[in-house]
Write a protein that binds this ligand. Structure first.
Ligand SMILES: Cc1cc2nc3c(=O)[nH]c(=O)nc-3n(C[C@H](O)[C@H](O)[C@H](O)COP(=O)(O)O)c2cc1C
Ligand code: SF4
Ligand code: SF4
Length: 252
């Protein structure tokens, strides 16, 4: 079983690739949270995977919430792994996951990480599609090995891009202190009322009112799916995201 979360498609692509190689089922963490599904039964010998993006050197809040409630009824030392996608360094995202799993007596056997396009367009520019393709092509080469290791149930820490990971509690606290929706704004003149932002928001934070998106909660998981998936770039996050461009894995 592969539990995955993705805002702009990087982690979904990775999870789908591993699913094809291992023949194991994909489970969307966002859908489970929205439908309050937290109890799972595993087949004999089935692997348990966690694939998700790094946010502020830690786990996205939706992934953290899911793992806190997760119950695996049939757990018997199943091979368990994580694959993080990030723009540069993962910090302690997999360390945090490992700690949460430990509380449930689940041992994280292996951790992997892949550098992909950084979708945090408050800071990073994603306009250069050629550069984006290059970054993801390098990740794809590494993904082949990652999937092979997972198929072979190899254990160990294969995440070599943790950076100064012991600082992750500080950056993670910063994430939780800043993941407000008020900086997400729609340009009502540009918006064509397609509803995609609301349909694809993994936390169901966006509702449509009079044909325009409205953020229905003060906080969200800050995946930036609404910013990147809008067909007319009508949603901004802070003063820089519009000029820094839009990105989805599928698009490139
Ligand atoms: C709120 C936010 C925080 C992020 N923080 C980090 C980070 O700490 N380190 C990093 O390397 N990338 C960071 N990123 C980049 C994403 O981890 C990266 O682009 C990831 O592959 C996106 O995955 P997705 O397409 O599955 O959503 C951040 C992105 C967002 C939206
Ligand atoms: S409101 Fe936007 S940034 Fe927040 S969870 Fe929904 S899609 Fe992601
Ligand atoms: S995705 Fe963009 S165009 Fe479509 S409703 Fe949302 S803001 Fe408007």
């Amino acid at each position: 079983m592969i539990f995955y979360f993705s805002g702009t498609g990087n982690s979904r692509h990775v999870a789908e690739y591993i699913s094809k190689k291992t023949g194991e089922e994909l489970v969307s963490i966002a859908e489970c949270n929205n439908n309050k599904i937290y109890t799972f039964k595993l087949k004999k010998g089935e692997r348990i995977g966690f694939v998700f993006p790094v946010y502020y050197w830690g786990m996205p809040s939706v992934v953290e919430d899911f793992v806190k409630y997760l119950r695996i009824e049939t757990y018997g030392k199943h091979y368990t792994y994580s694959v993080l996608t990030c723009g540069a360094t993962t910090g302690g995202a997999d360390v945090a996951l490992s700690k949460l799993l430990k509380k449930k007596n689940i041992h994280l056997n292996a951790s992997f990480a892949l550098k992909m396009v950084d979708n945090y367009t408050l800071v990073f520019d994603v306009n250069d599609k050629g550069k984006n393709r290059e970054i993801n092509a390098q990740a794809e080469e590494q993904l082949v090995n990652v999937a092979k290791n997972i198929e072979d149930r190899v254990s160990g820490n294969y995440n070599k891009i943790r950076g100064l990971w012991p600082a992750y509690p500080v950056t993670h606290a910063l994430y939780n202190a800043t993941r407000f929706t008020f900086p997400l704004k729609v340009s009502k003149n540009d918006c064509i009322s397609c509803g995609k932002c609301a349909r694809e928001c993994p936390t169901k934070t966006i509702i449509m009112e009079c044909g325009k998106p409205v953020w229905n909660n003060a906080r969200c998981t800050l995946c930036l799916s609404c910013v990147h998936n809008c067909p007319v770039n009508a949603i901004s996050y802070g003063p820089t995201s519009k000029k820094n461009g839009q990105y989805t894995y599928e698009e490139i």
